[in-house]
Design a protein around this ligand. Sequence first.
Ligand code: IPM
Ligand code: MG
Length: 356
Amino acid sequence: MSKNYKIGVIKGDGIGPEIVDEAIKVLNKVGQVFDIDFEYKRMLLGGEAIDTTGVPLPIETKEGVMLCDAILFGAIGGPKWDMLERHLRPESGLLALRAHMGTFANLRPAMVYDELVDASTLKPDVLQGVDIMVVRELTGGIYFGQPREQLEDRAYNTMIYTKEEVKRIAHVAFEIAMKRDKRVCSVDKANVLEVSQFWRDIVIDIAKGYPEVELSHMYVDNAAMQLIRNPKQFDVILTGNIFGDILSDAASMLSGSIGLLPSASIGSQIGIYEPIHGSAPDIAGQNIANPLATISSASMMLRYSLGESKAADMIDEAVKMSLKEGYRTGDIGAYSAKEICSCSQMGDVVASYIKD
Ligand code: IPM
Ligand code: MG
């Protein structure tokens, strides 16, 4: 009997619909091979939701996501909605969704494909073999801290972490490290911020439960520099919300393009899977975006939410094969391309490598 999963699909704005369509194409193919039935439920979030319902996170979406096995998400936002009040902007919808779903752990792998080792602005010998997992706390910190306000003559936000929040994200990082190279680097700004010293103390405490894992600490400014200088020194990077946002963008360029890196937001029953890049309004609707980050996010969804690791492996292999055979979208096209592909052609190519 075939297995059945209900996938909430949020295509979003800009290039969102194009890249999600390619991920669905690949999921359907993998479904054929593994006898899995994916039932897709479309939901609105961000700009599209604002245009249709007036709010970035409609109640139908809030309720709908809770009835799914996992959420596949494209990207949201664009200049069209930038002048709206903050709480009505697309980004607020995404943050509210993360909080609503309780997806406090954001996993952002940054690996360098051998085939693309020339595609980065950094030297190949710095990059070859890089394999980092950024574990970013996603529902706390300065993104959500109260009080926050913008006044006439000043504005403020609050970076706050509770013990429970730090403990649970630290556990996620150490558990992941146990399945990898058993090294965690916790990134903070403990030389300046009380909240960071608090973070560090708790991480040290949690580490005692994982004697096999080597724990180190780094200030965030140094970590940004070290990511560029010698990225191979990192295995798992554990960090808070805003530092993780910044470091994961930096780490993405190790791979050659932000269009390659997927993410998983987990920690509660239902995970959200999305590329780490944004909605790229400048190239939207042209069928030139790179769908690989979203396709790889679908793979993470199979692995982390649905327990279908063989299907996930097959997608990862298909992505690698596509790159190995020289297929490139424009963002990585200057590097040993056999063929510059459109977004949909790239999806076709990946799907073609998925077979029994
Ligand atoms: C990300 C994005 C979001 C974030 C924005 C769109 C709110 O940059 O997922 O990294 O800052 O978390
Ligand atoms: Mg970001």
